[in-house]
Design a binder for this molecule. Structure first.
Ligand SMILES: [Zn+2]
Ligand SMILES: [Zn+2]
Length: 419
């Protein structure tokens, strides 16, 4: 073998790909119902889009990007997520001049140089939505409701919505000061990373994965303690809309998004598989991001989910996806004289919308029947020279195990009627 696929990538084969097609169709359908249009942006972008748009101090930018210099000596990066590209397209195409809000969705591969593990790949796939141009809490609730709707239609169980407000540039300095007061006595016990964060961005200490930092941060003040009146009423309104449509939520004041352009609503959807609780998607408001990327001050909110993660969770929860079915018709031939006629019939059936297959390995009739069984064909049309001369073919119903002669001119309507 010449080589294998790169570590952290996957071949999605027929038999498995149907699940992906199902998810793509389902998400597309839900997006149409909610009025979100698909946007397709390049797989790679100029590197600075992500350093600015995702954030220089994030793990993604610091450790996980597929960045390389192209032949024109420009630094480009395979997109590690979908929001920054969507924002860039919005600004570059001057979509802010159109009636707002604008609602987008995307689905496709993303790239992160991460340690591969179950449900985690270096080339992985995300579905996401972004809404630009509205600060209305009804939009926050809509994005959340849409996410929950998608999970429910997939059939995922034990869904838990975690909700928080991370405030705005008006409330954050207050929290920053309170956090610094809180962590001051523990400063030298924090991990080296968080010691740096203490000055730069103490909010991110709450985000730290180190057990020690989590322990020290247990009773730290949170954004909910410092929300300004506007953020507070926005948060109340979001909860009110969710109550209205019967979506229950857990307030989780530990749900932080450390970057300055994240504002107000933050949410994460959790589920349980084999006992452990895990995140299957999340999002929130980012009213500062579009400006950060060089556009006019424009509110925005988004949501994203990883398709690999969803499929893994669905499998662990025993959810059965639609499976690929065999062809409706297999054409078996007896004698080489009917090969051309069989080919014509095959084409005719397909053009009538009937899925049809034939033998391409010169098998005996017995072997053709066996092969048709393996393909799970619903009917086998047996075309012999003698029958053909009489203007008929034998049709075998593979489910019922019965067969009968059908006039050649009646084959299509016979299959359509019985299949
Ligand atoms: Zn505020
Ligand atoms: Zn830490």
């Amino acid at each position: 073998m010449l080589t294998t696929r790169p570590r952290g990538t996957n071949d999605i084969l027929p038999g498995e790909v149907e699940k992906w097609q199902f998810l793509q169709q389902l998400t597309g359908q839900v997006c149409r119902e909610y009025g979100y249009g698909e946007i397709r942006t390049p797989i790679f972008e100029h590197t600075e889009l992500f350093t600015r748009g995702v954030g220089e101090t994030t793990d993604i930018v610091e450790k996980e990007m597929y960045t390389f210099t192209d032949r024109g000596d420009r630094s480009v990066t395979l997109r590690p997520e979908g929001t920054a590209s969507t924002v860039r397209a919005y600004v570059e195409n001057k979509l802010h001049a159109l009636p707002q809000p604008l609602k987008f969705y995307y689905i496709g591969p993303m790239f992160r140089y991460d340690r591969p593990q179950a449900g985690r790949y270096r080339q992985f796939h995300q579905f996401g939505v972004e809404v630009f141009g509205s600060n209305d809490p009804a939009i926050d609730a809509e994005v959340i409701a849409m996410a929950m709707d998608i999970y429910q239609r997939i059939g995922l169980k034990k869904l838990e919505l975690h909700l928080n407000s991370v405030g705005c540039p008006a409330c954050r300095p207050v929290l920053r000061q309170k956090l610094q007061e809180y962590f001051k006595p523990h400063l030298e016990n924090l991990c080296p990373n968080c010691q740096g964060r203490y000055e730069r961005n103490p909010l991110r200490i709450l985000d730290c994965k180190s057990e020690k930092c989590q322990e020290f941060g247990k009773d730290a003040p949170t954004t909910l303690d410092v929300l300004c009146p506007d953020c507070s009423s926005h948060f109340e309104a979001v909860k009110g809309y969710l109550d209205e449509v019967g979506i229950s939520y857990t307030i989780n004041n530990r749900l932080v998004r450390g970057l300055d352009y994240y504002t107000r609503t933050a949410f994460e959807i959790m589920t349980r598989d084999i006992g452990a609780q895990s995140s299957i998607g999340g999002g929130g408001r980012y009213n500062g991001l579009i400006e950060e990327c060089g556009g006019p001050a424009t509110p925005g909110i988004g949501f994203a989910l990883g398709l690999e993660r969803i499929l893994l969770t669905a499998e662990r929860q025993g959810i059965v996806f639609p499976v690929s079915r065999g062809p409706q018709v297999f054409i078996a031939t007896v004698g080489s004289g009917v090969a051309r006629k069989a080919f014509g019939l095959l084409q005719n059936l397909r053009q009538q919308g009937i899925t049809a297959e034939q033998d391409y390995l010169d098998r005996s009739l017995k072997a053709q029947m066996k092969y048709a069984g393996k393909l799970a064909a619903r009917f086998v049309i047996i075309l012999g020279e003698e029958e053909f001369d009489r203007g008929v073919a034998v049709v075998r119903d593979m489910q019922a195990g019965e067969q009968q002669e059908v006039a050649l001119g009646e084959l299509v309507s016979f299959i359509k009627h019985k299949g």
